[in-house]
Write a protein that binds this ligand. Sequence first.
Ligand code: ADP
Ligand code: MG
Length: 699
Amino acid sequence: MAQFWRPGSARPRASLIDDEEGGVLFLSSPAPSSSSGFGYSSLERQRQRLPVFKYRDAILYLVENHATTIIVGETGSGKTTQIPQYLKEAGWAEGGRVIACTQPRRLAVQSVASRVAEEMGVKIGEEVGYTIRFEDQTNPGVTMIKFLTDGVLIREMMDDPLLTKYSVIMVDEAHERSISTDMLLGLLKKIQRRRPELRLIISSATIEAKSMSNFFQNRKKVLEHFAMDSVPNQLPAIVSVEGKGYTVDIYYVEEPVSDYLQTTVDTVLLINEKESPGDILVFLTGQDDIDAAVKLLTDATHDDKKRSSGLLILPLFSGLSRVDQDLVFAPTPRGKRKVVISTNIAETSLTLEGVVYVVDSGFSKQRFYNPVSDIESLVVAPISKASARQRAGRAGRVRPGKCFRLYTEDYFLKEMAADGIPEMQRSNLVSCVIQLKALGIDNILGFDWLASPPPEAMVRALEVLYSLSIVDDDVKLTSPIGYQIAEVPMDPMVSKMVLSACDLGCSEEMTTIAASLSVQSIWVSGRGAQKASDEVKLRFAAAEGDHITFLNVYKGFINSGKSSQWCYKNYVNYHAMKKVVDVKEQLCRLLRRFGLALKSCEQDTQILRKAIIAGFFANSCYMEEYSHNGLYKTIRSSQEVYIHPSSVLFRVNPKWVVYHSLVSTDKHYMRNVIAIDPSWLIEAAPHFYQTRSPNLALY
Ligand code: ADP
Ligand code: MG
């Protein structure tokens, strides 16, 4: 039987209301804060001033006595950075056990881990570590608190199905309802039945605590041979941490705005001109419009020195380099006003001190999937009321603040949806299905979901997996290919492309291509000189398309001795290229572990493109005969799509192409495109195309 050290059980001083019927413990009033803070370092004092500190004893008491504890508290109250430390202080990391804290976003994992390491005065990667895809900063045997993405924790189950090294798992930001969070919650509920001593903490800014509590109420009897006193109460406890947010005044535009980027810039300048000191946090949608806004604002600082004086303009999005991340979190220099232009990562996952003004565009980039057309794309879409409230709340951290919404009050009241849709219900489920299958869960519709995925999406996913030979006629993972693909931490279509390249003898090149597809972009954007950068890009451009172009850039980078100077001259993103080198190395290591040989095809681009098609045949498109504006249609569903301006094939418009992903704004744009010969499609996926493409018969 599992031996487990039990932390000392001091009863909290707060009064607990025991609601036996619902099985919910509700903390009604916080315990008085102990210790005057005298003699503590300033970081320690900062820790004690956080709202969650008053609940420290109560949280530890509940975690000790309940299998699951649900913690709801405003952003910035200290959930993410403090609770793992409290658990460690109480002994939950003793005896080689580890406390895990998951986040939906990679940047948040890195950022909170380094903050906690700093507070504990340790080096990151030792007592406090983190793991994200392709980057492991932990030291087994030493690391006590580990931050990781929910996706990485799911992958860890493939080696250790019961996650035995963890004593407590905190699933943070549960309100985001990312696809991995939803999968993880269902999987952890299963693990809890086999490991009753495992403690779960579900924490979030806004979750519907009662329904989460119902989900975790384990009515099934836990294994009988566990001694009663080692089994915690199976009824979940709920703690609600009262924050100390200041009031935020909301301002709406009077008329709908047509250009939210320009309005954003005007609003920032207006705040700078009229309002008292305090940093500004702007919510836009993604790297492209953030770069554009940074450029517009930077231009404004040259044109209108008066209105823009003292502005320090900083972008914030995932994929930002560590140096740029640090700038965002560094205290604002005296006499300056920080303007952080962010994706919705700053909505709840990260706390920026000193923000007094929020500018909310009302949009974010969201994944949407249409099972009928089988098109998944990133769409710039309106946020929900819940998000809008969270965004506004960021202005009330240090003192009363103001939020400027770039939409009308009427729109907010009458048209904005109350809540967002869980990602599970608007995603392509291919990755999700293959991972659950690899974990031995065969009846996926019967899985214990927090919210069921749409059956049509599930059917589509199985169809794609079948056509990729990842599942067989009995819908079981194929061996070895299905199992291998499940193990590669990439999109199954990319993994299939890499494994096919091993068969076709071009794995050396394909690992570079796959690694390049795994970074946001290998190009630098937003440095102003669009024309110059386009010209330089032409030097690397391959007639076949973006994938082959990646090979040229990679070669140049390696030949330069991985020089940052070389990158700067060629408008190539140095950090992205270092990441590409690193990811490629890890992929190669994985292939060698599968016993697969790395071979070069010596630039035989036909072989390479056939291997790409082996993974991506479902993303094929053709240009309509008389189309002059680059209009393509997907073969699967005749959706209208266009080549993205960042592609080397933009305006080249080959007749037949395969794309890697779609980005949607006013239209669907294909990112990373390669020219193909249609006969290769039928060769790669005969069943897939025979059944559904009258168009192909014409060629
Ligand atoms: P929650 O998870 O409840 O939203 P956090 O634990 O992330 O709150 O943050 C608690 C507090 O820690 C913040 O309000 C802020 O004062 C401080 N903090 C967190 N991250 C950083 C950082 N990177 N730099 C400086 N302070 C930080
Ligand atoms: Mg948090």
